[in-house]
Each structure stands twice: as structure tokens, then as C-alpha cells.
Design a protein around this ligand. Structure first.
Ligand SMILES: O[C@@H]1[C@@H](O)[C@H](O[C@@H]2CO[C@@H](O[C@@H]3CO[C@@H](O)[C@H](O)[C@H]3O)[C@H](O)[C@H]2O)OC[C@H]1O
Length: 413
């Protein structure tokens, strides 16, 4: 039926064909925004962007209001050799987000994995590695300035028992590599929200407590940290999906430090092929995470680690595991899982944030300003070696020696 036929029909029925306000289509992102969140999003990666059906799904802003590059902003892609920066792959994803009017979560600046061997095995001394770290961060954050809603500044600095992970940065610089990284990122793009991101911090416990201590450490240096990302690579029916209250208790422990939280890499894997019972449990697990985030005002959004089993990272890393995402490997929605997420968001009641994102990430958020913020260059000096300027906690072990750097940190020897 053409438009004039519809008009005639409406006239016959006593109605008019006047234009009506378009309503946003229902979807995972639409529901998240209606619940007061900034986005529901998905990770993606360059190779799958040749799949037009996949791209169409990813670009559907009813479902996805944010995208995260799964690999293309990591150190080995961006600076594969010292001082040589390559932004081609990351730009493709940043441009796609801008074209779609989606937020961009930028991932990740400092991580022990996908770190080129020139960094890992370079044998650099403390001062040189700090300089390399700051140069990498400054260059990359400057390149994407104004485009990243969030930056995952440091990824996975902790072991399972909550101690610091041994990596080239920790082993050479000590824990101050974290505040140094955050300060460098803040200086390069003051508008981007800066996150510490880790896995197995989804439930209260030693690792979650240590992640909270990382927030305090960064704050104690006077550097800016805006949020903590909880990856949430879940196993169906296992830790991280027990109860909404466990989620809210844990999320609120971070929020009480004055930072936002985000679920940054959600998937829920099972033995493949998934049984009907596993899919039912998986739907509950996704719903639990959504309800936990929904209940905490400063939980700003949820990202699934790609949206379809077709491109999930899980089978390649966990043999015999998979079927972890709400879309199957034929790009069809798993109705039980998808609807569980929709229903968990509900139909609204939150404070709807300012308009749909445009190409720039510099937009108003519904969340409060971070509790601590200090511009790089005005942060307190780390005075254990010189003494007078610093009144914060002791960085270097008692009895060890240190040397005062020419910046706001010192170096434990
Ligand atoms: O061969 C590699 C391939 O192994 C690599 O896989 C990526 C590995 O990282 C995945 O993302 C991480 C998942 O868990 C968290 O710990 C991290 O924060 C994430 O960054 C990513 O999805 C995989 O594709 O990809 C590049 C290939 O050359």
C-alpha cells in the first residue's frame, strides 16, 4: 500500500496521517539508556569488519551504543617497534564508531600481553622504561584525543591472590608504573575517563580488594582515575553470576572510592555445544550482571566481548568452551539470552542521559565527577628520597634506598 492509499484509509477511519515522533527502536542499548546508563556495547575486531551482515548488527544502535576495539589499540599493534606508531587498524574502528554515532571505549594502553618483545625483553633501566611508557601513552592518547569515552589505561596488574603481577613494568618501575601511566593519559586527553581494568574482580575477595587498593594508590599520587572496569569473562553458573546483591556489594565498594564502574568484557562460556540447560543458566547469568549494573547508579554501562559466537575469542583460548554470547555463530539472536538481557534492563525509570552520542566522546555523562582529580604537573612530588614535599604513604620499603627522579615519582632501588 502506498502513502496516499494509507492517507485515504486513515481519512476514512477518521484519523489523520500527520507525522509522528519517531521512537527509538527497542534493543539492548535502548533499554540500557532508558535505565540511566550511557550504553550497552560490544567489542569488535578488524578482520570481522569484512562481514557485512556482522557489521550491520554491530552498527545497530538500538542494540549497541558503544564499541570497543578488541585488539587494534594494544601496544603490539600501535607501537610494534620503538618509536614507530601505526594507527591504521585502530582508526578503522574509531571511524566506524563515529559513523554510527556510537561511543568508543579505548582498550588498552598498558598490558603485559600483546606487548612487543622490544619492550618485554629490552632490558631497559627504570628511567628509560618510564620514558618509553610515557611516550607510548602520550602518543596514543593524543592520537585518539576527543574520541575515547573511556581509556583502559592499565589492564590486569594483579595476580589472583591480589599481589601485583610480575611484568616488565612492575619489575622495573614498581607499583608507581600505575600512577605514572594514569597521569600521562590524563595529560594527553583530559576529557577521556581513565579506567583500571581487570578480570576476576567481579565478586568480593582478595583480588577485588587489591583493585580497590590500586584506585587508592593512584589517588594517593594525585593522579586521576575515573573508573574501574570489571571484565566479567564468566563461566556459566559460576563466579560472578551468583546473585545481584554480590554484584552490587562489590560494585559499591569501588564506587565508595569516588570512581565509576563498568562491565567491560562480558561473556559467559560453557562446554560446547551448549545444552538447553546451560543456555537457560546463561540467560540468568547475563540477567544477574545487568541487574547488578542497573542497581548501581555509577555503573555506566556494559560491554559484551563481541556480540556473536562467530567471532568470540573464547574457543581459541579455552579449548572445548564457547557459545558465550547472545548471538549464535549464524548471527541469529539467542532469544532466551537476548530477552533475558532486555527484561533485566526493564523498560525505563533511570535518568536518561543527554542525547545519543555523536562522533565525539566529549559529551556529558550522567555520572558525578570523580572524587579525585589533579592535573599532571601539579601532582605532589614523591618525597621519600628528598623528603619535604610529599606527605602520602611510603612507596619504597623501609631500609631500601631510592633515588629522586626529575619528575613526580622517585625510583626504588
Ligand atoms: O593470535 C592473536 C590472538 O591470540 C589475539 O587474541 C586476542 C587476545 O585478547 C583478547 O582480548 C582480551 C580478552 O581478555 C582480557 O584479558 C583482555 O583485557 C582482552 O584484551 C581478544 O579478544 C583476542 O582476539 O588476537 C590477535 C592475534 O594475533
Amino acid at each position: 500500500m502506498n502513502l496516499s492509499a494509507i492517507t485515504l484509509l486513515l481519512a476514512a477511519l477518521g484519523a489523520t496521517a500527520s507525522p509522528v515522533e519517531p521512537r527509538a527502536a527497542d534493543g539492548l542499548n535502548t533499554r540500557a539508556v532508558a535505565a540511566g546508563k550511557l550504553y550497552f556495547g560490544s567489542a569488535t575486531d578488524n578482520p570481522e569488519l569484512t562481514d557485512s551482515a556482522y557489521v550491520a548488527g554491530l552498527s545497530n544502535t538500538a542494540d549497541f551504543g558503544q564499541i570497543t576495539p578488541g585488539n587494534s589499540m594494544k601496544w603490539d599493534t600501535i607501537e610494534p617497534s620503538r618509536g614507530t606508531f601505526s594507527y591504521t587498524k585502530g582508526d578503522v574502528i574509531a571511524d566506524l564508531a563515529a559513523k554510527n554515532g556510537q561511543y568508543l571505549r579505548c582498550h588498552t594502553l598498558v598490558w603485559h600481553n600483546q606487548l612487543p618483545s622490544w619492550v618485554t625483553n629490552g632490558g631497559f633501566d627504570n628511567a628509560t622504561l618510564i620514558s618509553i611508557l610515557k611516550n607510548h601513552i602520550t602518543n596514543e592518547v593524543t592520537h585518539y584525543k576527543g574520541k575515547c569515552l573511556h581509556w583502559d589505561v592499565v589492564n590486569e596488574a594483579l595476580n589472583e591472590d591480589g599481589t601485583y603481577r610480575s611484568n616488565v613494568f612492575y619489575n622495573t618501575i614498581g607499583p608507581s608504573y600505575l600512577p605514572i601511566a594514569f597521569a600521562a593519559a590524563a595529560a594527553a586527553d583530559p576529557s577521556a575517563k581513565l579506567y583500571y581494568n581487570d578480570y576476576n574482580i567481579e565478586a568480593p575477595g582478595a583480588k577485588s580488594t587489591s583493585a580497590q587498593n590500586i584506585v587508592k594508590l593512584i589517588q594517593s599520587y594525585g593522579a586521576k582515575i575515573d573508573g574501574v572496569g570489571l571484565q566479567a569473562h564468566l563461566i556459566v553458573g559460576s563466579t560472578g553470576s551468583e546473585s545481584v546483591s554480590a554484584w552490587t556489594t562489590n560494585l559499591n565498594a569501588f564506587v565508595s572510592l569516588g570512581v565509576d564502574v563498568a562491565i567491560t568484557e562480558l561473556d559467559a562460556r560453557t562446554t560446547t555445544p551448549a545444552t538447553a540447560a546451560a543456555v537457560t543458566q546463561q540467560a540468568k547469568d547475563y540477567a544477574t550482571v545487568v541487574q547488578g549494573c542497573k542497581a548501581v547508579a555509577r555503573c555506566v554501562g556494559i560491554t559484551i566481548w563481541d556480540y556473536t559466537d562467530k567471532y568470540s575469542w573464547i574457543p581459541g583460548v579455552f579449548a572445548g568452551q564457547g557459545d558465550a554470547l547472545p548471538w549464535d555463530s549464524n548471527l541469529n539472536k539467542k532469544a532466551e539470552v537476548y530477552n533475558a538481557i532486555l527484561n533485566a534492563w526493564g523498560t525505563g525509570t533511570g535518568t536518561t542521559p543527554t542525547p545519543t552520542p555523536t562522533a565525539t566522546a566529549t559529551k556529558t555523562t550522567t555520572t558525578a565527577a570523580p572524587a579525585t582529580s589533579s592535573a599532571a604537573g601539579t601532582v605532589p612530588k614523591w618525597g621519600q628520597c628528598g623528603g619535604s614535599e610529599w606527605t602520602g604513604p611510603t612507596q619504597c620499603e623501609a631500609g631500601t634506598t631510592c633515588t629522586k627522579g626529575n619528575d613526580w615519582y622517585s625510583q626504588c632501588l
